[in-house]
Design a protein around this ligand. Sequence first.
Ligand code: HEC
Length: 193
Amino acid sequence: MKFLEKFNFIFLVAGLGLLVTAFITLGLIPAMMTKSLGAIDYHPTEIPDNFTKHYSTLEEYEAALYKGRDIYVKEACWHCHSQYVRPVGNEALRYGPVSTPGEYDNSLNLPQLFGTRRVGPDLSREGGKRPNDWHFVHLYNPRDVVPQSVMPGYPWYFDKEKNPKPEAVALVAYLQWLGSQVEQTGQPVADGE
Ligand code: HEC
């Protein structure tokens, strides 16, 4: 032990050095590489047909997308759902085209919601996969449509008659938007192999 103590100072310097290196390589460099620090503002160009009944102006629809994203973050949907189709394990067959960096380069994808684990399916191509009504029922109580589901229900986004409140509509607007930015930002779509 005495022998090791002689090197205390070196260990301290090495430890701090590694900390700084990690900060630079895992923090600063990726931040500089993803242009996302100055991501382009996302503005929808039209209200999709399935939302014209809920929103009359583009501004309202746009505000709903951001609100839906905020609810998705607040409810930690990202804890069980990823938004990143990886180029491995035939994921593209299940979820759609492999994700490309550019599709995250817009303000609706800040913060990027890659997620932490995959208890449920990847949602980066969820838009258009299912009708709005399916989403409302599923959000109220997932087991009404998927009996074996372990996803929690979110009944507080519905009124007494089980009609969706504005928050639920905004969340579903966001879910139905997911994936559409691939075309809208002119990002090349990777081959689904
Ligand atoms: C505890 C983990 C968990 C949480 C939290 C969670 N989910 Fe899920 N989710 C699942 C599982 C598991 C499934 C697959 C079974 C099913 O469809 O219910 C699923 C399915 C889904 C689907 C259907 C995907 C498809 O097309 O098959 C959507 C949409 C969805 N979740 C949205 C959400 C949203 C929005 C939130 C947050 C409000 C959320 N989930 C929170 C676990 C979770």
